[in-house]
Design a protein around this ligand. Structure first.
Ligand SMILES: NC(=O)c1ccc[n+]([C@@H]2O[C@H](COP(=O)([O-])OP(=O)(O)OC[C@H]3O[C@@H](n4cnc5c(N)ncnc54)[C@H](O)[C@@H]3O)[C@@H](O)[C@H]2O)c1
Length: 399
């Protein structure tokens, strides 16, 4: 069996989820090419040896440039903060290596454009970890709509709400424009713009209004720790241990916008980090002329479906448990019917599809490339423009 050595750049929250995926994919699945966990690169202050040992990486490193330059590395996987996506991605592409990169593809549209352009010039495979595409219910929804089951798409409604970023949470890279690019917008709206493009097959033509607001304007400067991750308990503890110095938050906490798509359908998007009571509420609803679907990640094994072709007396929303190996994408790799899967399985399934594509096979459902993620980033940029200039923005204005 052919193998490819993976070099992982970063070892925080996504470092853990990707490490798990690279470690598990050969166990659960039969990828066309086997990933080998060759090197993980962290920051000098991090416990890189401990991380490598715990997650099964052969070599720890504190030098991401050397990791990418190592001729033994065949695939570079980037899980660093958003401002640090472009430098390793460019280094990897220049070295002739395929790249997998976390979302949003970059902190700025300009970085995203350069990354997509270079990937195209080099003709190398690129992948962006819009992992929610690989929840079986979401992949199934994509297939249902593609086969025409919902008819013509009329409405898309998407929201991604979390509540981890209360006033007690201290400063972290996610609250700084120069490190993150944007706040809830790039973090959460990026996912739902991608997921709706993927599931409904729609492309935004125009943003018809938007707001972008920072609700917590200052945060305590963190003393000690990294401020990494979004675990509310850990962040509040870190905040309690911090002093009384405050810094300005320079990104949004919430962004909402309305769109018109090229096919004439309309859509709404909302992202928030202080939507009290919503933990990881990545939800979309799509209405077509023949039926509708609804999904929320907090019940990720389920897809709600309304078939408007049934006799009126028996029409109603049904809840499909998407755990059937022969009907629902990816499930055959995991457990029998009704034995639920979780967040980490979306990443394992993405690792599977990446290895299949690199090994010459097709992905189960399409993988987002750098160019795909750049198109998503254009929508995000257009929404920010609509919010700051308080006007409609056509997509052709933003590139
Ligand atoms: N797909 C998803 O569902 C999902 C979820 C969370 C985060 N993300 C994305 O993953 C990326 C990382 O987020 P995270 O939550 O893992 O962050 P994190 O803060 O937990 O970890 C980031 C890691 O990057 C490395 N790093 C930080 N600064 C660096 C630098 N200057 N040079 C080299 N390495 C550096 C460190 O190893 C650090 O541990 C972000 O782009 C984020 O948007 C995606």
């Amino acid at each position: 069996m052919a193998e490819i050595n993976v070099g992982l750049i970063g070892q925080g929250f996504m470092g853990r989820s990707h490490s798990n995926a690279w470690g598990q994919v050969n166990r659960y699945c039969n990828p066309a090419i086997n990933p080998v966990m060759h090197t993980v690169a962290g920051l000098p202050g991090e416990d890189v040896e401990g991380f490598a040992k715990r997650w099964g990486w052969q070599n720890p490193s504190t030098d991401w440039k050397a990791t990418i330059a190592n001729p033994e590395i065949g695939l570079v996987d980037i899980v660093t903060p958003n401002f640090m996506h472009m430098p390793p991605a460019v280094a990897a592409l220049e070295a002739g290596k395929p790249v997998a990169c976390e979302k949003p593809i970059a902190g700025t549209l300009s970085d995203a454009r350069q990354m997509a352009k270079l990937a195209e010039e080099k003709g190398l495979p690129t992948f962006v970890w819009f992992n929610y595409r690989r929840a079986p219910a979401v992949a199934f929804a994509h297939k249902l709509i593609k086969s025409g089951e919902l008819g013509r798409i009329l409405h898309v409604r998407a929201r991604y709400l979390q509540d981890w970023a209360g006033e007690d949470v201290p400063m972290a890279w996610r609250f700084k424009k120069e490190l993150a690019g944007s706040g809830a917008h790039g973090d959460l709206n990026a996912h739902i713009v991608d997921i709706t493009r993927f599931v409904a097959g729609v492309e935004v033509e125009e943003i018809c209004g938007a707001y972008a607001e920072t609700l917590v304007k200052q945060r305590k400067v963190l003393i000690g720790g990294t401020g990494a991750g979004i675990s509310q308990d850990e962040l509040i503890k870190a905040g309690a241990n911090s002093g009384d110095t405050y810094e300005d938050v320079t990104v949004d906490d919430t962004v909402a916008f309305l769109v018109r798509y090229t096919n004439g359908a309309v859509g709404t998007y909302e992202a928030a980090r202080q939507a009290t009571g919503h933990k990881n509420d990545n939800t979309f609803e799509i209405n077509g002329t023949k039926g509708s679907i609804r999904f929320s990640f907090e019940r990720m094994n389920e897809l709600e479906y309304y078939d408007a072709r049934l006799p009126q007396g028996v029409q109603g929303w049904s809840t499909i448990l998407c755990t059937n190996a022969s009907s629902h994408p990816y499930v055959a790799n995991y457990w029998p019917d009704g034995h639920l899967i979780g967040y980490e399985h979306c990443f394992i399934s993405q690792a599977l599809d990446i290895c299949n594509v690199l090994g010459g096979k097709e992905a189960v459902v399409p993988l987002p490339s750098f160019n795909d993620a750049y198109q998503t980033q254009r929508v995000l940029e257009a929404a920010l423009l609509a919010a700051s200039e308080k006007r409609f923005v056509k997509m052709e204005e933003v590139y």
